[in-house]
Ligand binder design. Structure first.
Ligand code: 5GP
Ligand code: MN
Length: 338
């Protein structure tokens, strides 16, 4: 953050502001961890804070401190819209384009509040008065830690805040293994443990709470795994019928896409998940090395994200989406073939 940004934030956070905090649609561990941490901090400072998620988040996050106070826009658009309209300051965390909030886009676009963005995705839009964007950061949660440090409030980090930030960093780094995990990340995490984050419990709460159906669905996904010969690519499909058969709940497929990358020699992995009710196929892309799934998804599947992790969608059928994917791959032969 620049010194100018820091002064601007301090000005905007002069006491007793009405503040709304927003994560992206389909909130993940980083989105919920970073927004909840910021909510707890701002409430300590006596602001009136409302965290509004565009839609519901997975069960494996429903133990996070203060998560029961989160409003879900989809469930109560009127109440949420009036919070947005009345806000003095709106924080948008873990995304950088208002279109990533789904139906919250309209009320956010019409809001009179000053926006503060904290985010680590590529190519930020220009809607905030303070844009704290850093694509080298592993997670928005780590950025919230630095944000708190920068505005001189590191001593306000409670065990609850530390727990939320640890969860965000852990989930967005694949448990501290992705390339974006630096020595600084480990220093931040060490400090969070010292400030009260119980690392073992957090791992258990997130990773050891699978349902039987979820593991059966993983079995099905692995049965469906296909390798594209000669292009170091692997992909998984899950149809609506397969999801229904295993009592799919939001979050159940989290991490499945990574199994493709765990195959020896694979550098590009995708998962295609049919959502019949929304008439879309939701796609996750992951890569190793320099192959940019952000570029790939932006170009072909209306999405984006990071170099090594991106999302996208398709309104073709599941079979047609896979066909399109396979037909595009040879264009990337220079990057993908050995
Ligand atoms: P996931 O595959 O886990 O849904 O998303 C991977 C990464 O890409 C996350 O950081 C997520 O925020 C981002 N992402 C997912 N979908 C989209 C999208 O449609 N547009 C953009 N710009 N980013 C996305
Ligand atoms: Mn993130």
């Amino acid at each position: 953050m620049t010194n100018e940004d820091i002064s601007r934030v301090k000005e905007l956070l002069s006491p007793e502001k009405k503040i709304v905090i927003v994560p992206h649609k389909g909130p993940d561990g980083d989105a919920m961890g970073s927004t909840l941490a910021l909510k707890i901090l701002l409430e300590e400072l006596e602001h009136h804070v409302q965290l509004i998620a565009p839609n519901d988040y997975p069960d494996f996050l429903k133990w996070l401190p203060y998560q029961e106070e989160v409003l879900i826009f989809e469930q109560d658009p009127q109440k949420c819209s009036s919070h947005i309209a009345e806000a003095d300051v709106i924080f948008t965390l873990d995304f950088n384009s208002l279109s990533r909030t789904g139906d919250m886009y309209e009320p956010l676009k019409n809001a009179t509040a000053d926006f503060i963005m904290i985010d680590h995705h590529q190519q930020p839009d220009d809607y905030a008065v303070v844009t704290y964007s850093d694509v080298t950061m592993c997670s928005t949660a780590q950025m919230v830690y630095h944000f708190i440090e920068n505005i001189g409030l590191a001593d306000k980090i409670t065990p609850q805040i530390a727990t939320c930030l640890y969860t965000g960093i852990m989930t967005d780094t694949g448990s501290f293994r992705y390339r974006s995990t630096t020595s600084l990340t480990h220093r931040v995490v060490a400090d969070l443990i010292e400030k009260g984050a119980d690392n073992t419990s957090i791992h258990e709460n997130v990773f050891d709470t699978s349902s039987y159906g979820q593991l059966q669905l993983l079995g099905c996904a692995l049965q469906n795994l296909r390798v594209v010969e000669g292009l170091r690519t692997a992909f998984i499909t899950l149809s609506q019928e397969e999801l229904d058969r295993h009592n799919f709940r939001k979050g159940d497929t989290e991490g499945f896409v990574n199994y493709g990358l765990s195959l020896k020699g694979i550098v590009f992995a995708a998962i295609f998940i049919e959502h019949k009710a929304d008439k879309i196929v939701k796609i996750s892309f992951r890569s190793k090395g320099t192959f940019s799934v952000n570029d790939f998804s932006r170009r072909h599947f209306g999405g984006g994200g990071h170099v090594n992790a991106a999302g996208g969608k398709s309104d073709l059928s599941l079979a047609e989406t896979v066909e399109k994917f396979i037909s595009i791959l040879p264009d990337y032969k220079t990057s993908l073939a050995l």
